[in-house]
Design a protein around this ligand. Structure first.
Ligand SMILES: NC(=O)c1ccc[n+]([C@@H]2O[C@H](COP(=O)([O-])OP(=O)(O)OC[C@H]3O[C@@H](n4cnc5c(N)ncnc54)[C@H](OP(=O)(O)O)[C@@H]3O)[C@@H](O)[C@H]2O)c1
Length: 241
C-alpha cells in the first residue's frame, strides 16, 4: 500500500486519550518506556490518578469528547491512542473519536481501543454467550442511561470510514497480571487462534502502543488474545506474536 507507507512518520510524541483509566495508565507506562513524549487527556476529576507520572507527562484535563480539549492535546503528535468507552447516553465515544479524527495532525497514526463486539465487515462469528451478553447489557445499560453500546459502534463506523491512518484494536475479555508479551491477533472473532478469549490488560495496552509503529496494522481491526493462551499457542503462525 504505497500511499500508506509514504505517509509513515517517526513516532516521537503521542497523545493518550483516556489516560487515567486502567488501560490508559498501562499505555502511558509503555509509551514512556519507549521514550515517547506523552500528552495524556482525562476528565478533571481523574487527574490525580496520573500523579505517579505527573513529572514525566503533560496532562490536558477535560472530557475526552470536548473538541477544544482534543484539539489542544493532539497538536504536534505523531500518534494518538484513544480509549473508546460506551459510558453515558450522549455520544461520548462518537464525540471523542470524531474530535481525534478531525484534529490529529495529517498522517498521524491513530489507534483506538474497543471490544470484540465491534465488527468491521460483519464476518466475525460470535459464541451465543457473547451475543446474549451484548444484547442484555445493551438493553439494560441504555435503559439505566449508564452506557450505550451503539455509541461505540458509531464511533468505530466513523473511524473505519475515515481516510486517516487508523487501527481499531478489539480486545477479548481482560484480566490483570504480569505481562506475557505482545498478544496474537486475527482478523475475525471466531478464528481459531482467538478461541481462549482472554488477554492481560497490560498486554492489550502493549499491543495498542506497538501498533503505532506497525504499518501492517494500518486500516486493520485486529481482534487480540494473550500470546500464552492455549488457543494462541496452538496456532504459532497467527499474526502479532
Ligand atoms: N473491561 C473489559 O473486559 C474489556 C473487554 C474488551 C475490551 N475492552 C475495551 O478496553 C478499553 C478500556 O477498558 P477497561 O476495562 O480497561 O477500562 P479503563 O481502562 O478503566 O477505561 C475506562 C475509561 O473510561 C473512562 N470513564 C469511566 N467512566 C466514565 C464516564 N461516566 N464518562 C466518561 N468516561 C468514563 C475512564 O476515565 P476516568 O479515569 O476519568 O474514570 C477511562 O478513561 C475500552 O475500549 C473497552 O471497550 C474492555
Amino acid at each position: 500500500m504505497p500511499e500508506i507507507e509514504s505517509d509513515s512518520r517517526v513516532i516521537k510524541k503521542v497523545c493518550i486519550v483516556g489516560a487515567s483509566g486502567k488501560l490508559g495508565r498501562y499505555m502511558v507506562r509503555h509509551a514512556l518506556d519507549r521514550g515517547y513524549e506523552v500528552v495524556g487527556v482525562c476528565r478533571a476529576r481523574s487527574v490525580g490518578k496520573l500523579d505517579p507520572v505527573k513529572e514525566r507527562i503533560t496532562v490536558v484535563a477535560g472530557p475526552t469528547d470536548d473538541r477544544d480539549v482534543i484539539r489542544r492535546a493532539v497538536a504536534g503528535c505523531d500518534g494518538v491512542l484513544t480509549v473508546l468507552v460506551p459510558w453515558g447516553v450522549h455520544g461520548y465515544s462518537t464525540g471523542t473519536a470524531q474530535a481525534v479524527l478531525d484534529f490529529a495532525p495529517r498522517g498521524a497514526r491513530l489507534v483506538f481501543s474497543c471490544g470484540w463486539h465491534i465488527t468491521r465487515d460483519g464476518q466475525d462469528v460470535y459464541r451465543w454467550t457473547l451475543r446474549a451478553f451484548a444484547k442484555v447489557f445493551g438493553v439494560v445499560a441504555r435503559a439505566a442511561r449508564f452506557a450505550d453500546i451503539d455509541d461505540q459502534i458509531e464511533a468505530c463506523r466513523r473511524v473505519f470510514a475515515s481516510d486517516t491512518r487508523w487501527t481499531v484494536v478489539r480486545g477479548s475479555d481482560l484480566e490483570e497480571g504480569e505481562s506475557q508479551g505482545l498478544p496474537v491477533w486475527s482478523r475475525h472473532v471466531g478464528d481459531p487462534p482467538l478461541r481462549s478469549n482472554i488477554t492481560r490488560r497490560v498486554d492489550f495496552a502493549l499491543f495498542m502502543v506497538a501498533a503505532l509503529e506497525n504499518d501492517r496494522l494500518v486500516h486493520e481491526a485486529p481482534a487480540i488474545v494473550g500470546c500464552r493462551t492455549p488457543s494462541a499457542l496452538a496456532h504459532p503462525n497467527a499474526g502479532g506474536s
